[in-house]
Design a protein around this ligand. Structure first.
Ligand code: VG1
Ligand code: CO
Length: 544
């Protein structure tokens, strides 16, 4: 086999967003497009030469082709060995675990997460560093800079290799280990949670649950862990076969895209517990019987109850949440007297805090929760955390969350997304908002007085790096907030996200409809940003 040096020219659109480079499949299928980006990774990460790479993806359309290309490029670039998931499948948290476990020099994860898959849909690629986490901004900036200057890439001339049977073989001078990551991941989960207790709980209470893998990557992991190891009845895991187009759906675990699952929790015959994960297995949605747990509340409940879980029985060092995530966890941290960090959106900002031991738990409003066990958010981990908690407490999901609200107050929370709006209009809206921020402080809008209004910037407390323009925050004296930001994961036009929260300390007012309670704040947000005037939209496309 020979190494080919292929001449290429740069693409001007290879800047990674919130979580890697995401584009339409057809963009990635252009000659040299994927290759250029992968070469930029090898050129900027010299430790991969002579080192180990972890490689896999969420199984979406183009995953297998991309893996064949990356394997031959890794061999040509002097990588010593690659661990590749069987069938090209690795969930994002499993990949993070493997990088750490085998002390690899990095990982390449192929995923566009919760975005739909298929020939006309989305694909993505992301580099993870040796700590197992998404590359921090300085690394993604270096990769992006390299994509603008490279003129050639290296690739081995050769046939396709078999990635479907667990085995080891040589590709040129590189060792390839095709393996099933389900077992390594399940072993880690057994170290963190009390599996015996959960199994007994399932058995003694005839517990009824559903886990919706949404035809995405978690199916095989969930079947093994929930049905085989924990003894949940067969059929508890639904949509368990990973499919390249996710069965034609959005593999996005929220009330809008997992309606089939939500229906299974409702009414007299509704199950006790239901959960779902996304395309690459890092997100989670938690539901009880007739009850939805917001991701922000889930993080707060986890922090408040962490010592009931074996992994945290010695306590937690601190917590972190992304800026738009509700402040529910802040009050738990106050009560526990541990620090609470507010980071920009995107898991990469938690990495340093986790590595430094500053935090044990972290989360985002976008259905992401995780801990120091890996450096990615972890959908099944969150499900097991809740199951372990239910087994210890012997209460329903709703009872646990309502008791939490009584003690800490309830943060009503909603996010309104305006998808596929014109990019220029979105930029104009953000620009006008920024220009008006200075004059807002002190103003009062139907009873809400503005106490701060800013463009969020973050200084990493560990390495001092600064990240600016991370979204607009408008905070009110009564603790409510309105946040505006533009999505960094979309592949078409722009998506405006409006995040709203308001604190209700009075338990007598904890059982109201979220959208009704938030109506005045929603209207205020629409007015302040002139959403209709600038985008022409009079309603959001997705409400979570
Ligand atoms: C979204 C979420 C963000 C999350 C990111 C990646 O980003 O808001 O919280 O970290 O997706 O999640 P954005 O820029 O579109 O708002 V995943 O599960 O798509 O890797
Ligand atoms: Co994801």
């Amino acid at each position: 086999m020979t190494v080919l040096t292929v001449s290429t020219t740069p693409f001007d659109d290879q800047k990674p967003g919130t979580s890697g480079l995401r584009k339409k499949v057809r963009v990635f299928q252009q000659p040299h497009y994927l290759e250029n980006f992968v070469q930029a990774i090898f050129d900027t990460q010299p430790d991969l030469k002579g080192g180990m790479l972890v490689l896999g993806g969420d199984g979406r359309y183009y995953n297998r082709e991309a893996i064949q290309i990356i394997l031959r490029m890794a061999a040509a670039n002097g990588v010593e060995s690659v661990m590749v998931g069987k069938g090209g499948i690795l969930s994002t948290p499993a990949a993070s675990h493997l990088i750490r476990h085998f002390e690899a020099q990095g990982g390449i994860i192929l995923s566009a997460s919760h975005n739909p898959g298929g020939p006309d849909e989305d694909f993505g690629i992301k580099f993870n560093t040796p700590n197992g986490g998404p590359a921090p901004e300085k690394v993604t900036e270096a990769i992006h800079a390299r994509t603008k200057t490279l003129s050639q890439y290296l690739i081995l001339n050769g046939e396709e290799v078999d990635i479907d049977s667990p085995q080891q073989f040589q590709l040129g001078n590189m060792g390839v280990d095709v393996f099933d990551s389900v077992y390594a991941y399940a072993e880690l989960m057994q170290e963190l949670f009390d599996f015996d207790r959960i199994r007994n709980f399932f058995d003694s209470t005839h517990f009824r649950m559903r886990f919706d893998a949404m035809h995405a990557v978690t199916g095989p992991y969930a079947r093994y862990i929930l049905e085989e190891l924990l003894g949940a009845p067969p059929g508890s895991v639904i949509n368990a076969e990973p499919k390249p187009d996710f069965g034609g759906h959005h593999p996005d675990p929220n009330l809008a895209h997992a309606q089939e699952l939500v229906a299974m929790t409702q009414g007299a015959r509704g199950v006790d517990f239901a959960a779902a994960s996304d395309g690459d297995g890092d997100r989670n949605m938690i539901l009880g019987h007739d009850f939805f747990v917001t991701p922000s509340d889930s993080l707060a409940v986890m922090a408040a109850n962490a010592t009931l879980i074996p992994a945290f029985n010695g306590g937690i060092s601190g917590v972190a949440r992304s800026m738009p995530t509700s402040q529910a966890v802040d009050r738990v941290a106050d009560m526990l007297e541990v620090p609470c960090f507010e980071t920009p959106t995107g898991w990469k900002f938690f990495g340093n805090l986790l590595d430094a031991g500053e935090i044990s738990l972290c989360g985002e409003e976008s259905f992401g929760t995780g801990s120091n066990h890996v450096r990615e958010k972890d959908g099944l981990w969150a499900v097991l955390f809740w199951l372990n908690l239910l087994a210890v407490k012997g209460q329903s999901v709703a009872d646990i969350v309502r008791a939490h609200w009584r003690k800490y107050g309830r943060n009503y929370y909603t996010r309104h997304d305006y998808e596929g709006i014109d990019k220029a209009a979105a930029d104009k809206l953000m620009k006008q908002l920024k220009e008006g921020l200075g004059s807002l402080v002190g103003d009062e809008f139907n009873g809400h007085r503005v106490s701060y209004a800013d463009d969020f910037a973050y200084t990493d407390p560990v390495d001092g790096s600064v990240s600016k323009n991370q979204g607009i925050r408008i905070g009110f004296k009564d603790g409510s907030r309105i946040i505006f930001r533009l999505s960094g994961t979309g592949t078409e036009g722009a998506t405006l996200r409006v995040y709203l929260e308001s604190l209700e300390p009075d338990p007598a007012k904890h059982n109201q409809d979220t959208q009704a309670v938030m109506r005045p704040l929603i209207e205020l947000a629409e007015m302040l940003a002139n959403i209709k005037g600038i985008t022409g939209r009079d309603a959001p496309t997705v409400i979570t």
